[in-house]
Design a protein around this ligand. Structure first.
Ligand code: NAD
Ligand code: UDP
Length: 341
């Protein structure tokens, strides 16, 4: 099977491409490199001993997409390409809707023209909004997204549903990720944020390696066990395995039509202070921090009910918090400046 991976040079994309290759899939990557380095693809090729067909291009470029699909007989598309910084999305909402929503529409339109009907979408726990009770289950209604980024994911899920109703051959999976962290166990590929990291783990790792002075913990007065926010952190290689499971599920269940959503998480919630402690233990480095005010839009705690993915996809997260921390540290200490610029 040949898979097109949009955004395949990015953090989750590169780990998924690696796993697809080791599972015998052929992979074509389309990425405009706006938030990635081609070095991630080179390293994936080196680690697997396999070749990736890489195309530098934008999902909004329908001409480039059409020639890509004409050149490669693509069986399924895994769609990672998106802008993803929650805070930034409130500052430049139009860019987010343009890139994420319009970009996905372009991709779906070209796929429809060429009768390519298998689609796996990078959705997010953020689609549940703040209204649903935890743990989140797929049967819950989608919530009121708290940012343009979140809204772009909700909109795309709706587009997929409508598209599937209009075309019974169209088959899609929405994978709702919780908080992916960690890196491939080789320490060769990992998360390489541009500028100041927005997410917790890259920030913690950069403090530990001496790139940043101290972490700000956003709020310690939440109604959680230690007062800091709790999230469902999962290892990026477990997440990558979830994508392989979804591709296999689509292929196996040929009678399925429509859109199916799956949570990908561990089912456990971990606090910010527990993350700091676990990282210090794994890295044997100090992570100085101060308590700062709450970050606007943060929910106190959410985690997944991941039973549906287990039952239907046969998927479960198997890597524990220690491994998430050890692998993050291996990547960060081997590559203190990220990929060579
Ligand atoms: P990332 O920024 O590392 O990867 C996204 C990739 O897409 C980058 O390589 C970027 O260059 C590329 N890209 C962006 N816009 C493009 C366009 N118009 N055309 C072509 N390429 C484009 O991010 P990631 O963390 O790997 O996230 C991948 C996907 O997973 C995104 O859709 C994101 O919204 C979703 N997601 C991420 C998280 C997370 O915590 N990392 C959580 C939930 C969902
Ligand atoms: N967080 C923090 N300091 C930081 C970055 C994040 O205390 O520099 C907290 C944040 O408030 C949240 C948790 O860490 O409670 C996870 O944040 P992240 O942005 O990684 O994920 P998300 O908010 O999308 O779940």
């Amino acid at each position: 099977m040949k898979i097109l991976v949009t955004g395949g040079a990015g953090y989750i994309g590169s780990h998924t491409v690696l796993l697809l290759l080791t599972n015998g899939f052929e992979v074509v990557v389309l990425d405009n490199l706006m938030n990635a380095s081609i070095e991630s693809i080179r390293r994936v090729e080196h680690l697997t001993g396999k070749k990736v067909s890489f195309i530098k291009g934008d999902i909004q470029d329908k001409t480039a997409l059409t020639s890509l699909f004409n050149e490669h007989a693509i069986d399924a598309v895994i769609h990672f390409a998106a802008l993803k910084a929650v805070g930034e999305s409130s500052t430049i909402p139009l860019e987010y809707y343009q890139n994420n929503v319009h970009g996905t529409l372009c991709l779906l339109e070209v796929m429809a023209n060429l009768n390519i009907n298998h689609f796996i979408f990078s959705s997010s726990a953020t689609v549940y909004g703040g209204e649903n009770a935890v743990p989140y289950e797929e049967s819950m209604p989608l919530g009121e997204a708290s940012s343009p980024y979140g809204a772009s994911k909700v909109m795309i899920e709706r587009v997929l549903k409508d598209l599937a109703q209009s075309n019974l051959d169209f088959r899609a999976v929405c994978l709702r990720y919780f908080n992916p962290i960690g890196a491939h166990e080789s320490g060769q590929i990992g998360e390489d944020p541009k500028g100041i990291p927005n997410n917790l783990l890259p920030y913690v790792a950069q403090v530990a390696v001496g790139k940043r002075e101290r972490l700000q913990v956003f709020g310690d007065d939440y109604s959680t066990q230690d007062g800091t926010c709790e999230r469902d952190y999962l290892h990026v290689m477990d997440l990558a395995e979830g994508h392989v499971a979804a591709v296999n599920w689509l292929q196996k269940n040929s009678e399925f039509t429509g859109v199916e959503a799956f949570n990908l998480g561990t089912g456990k919630a971990v606090s910010v202070l527990s993350i700091i402690k676990a990282f210090e233990q794994a890295s044997q480095q100090k992570v100085p921090y101060t308590i700062a005010p709450r970050r606007h839009g943060d929910l106190p705690a959410f985690w997944a009910n991941a039973e549906k993915a287990n039952k239907q996809l046969g998927w479960r997260a198997t890597r524990d918090l220690t491994q998430m921390m050890t692998d993050t540290w291996r990547w960060q200490s081997n590559n203190p400046e990220g990929y060579p610029k």
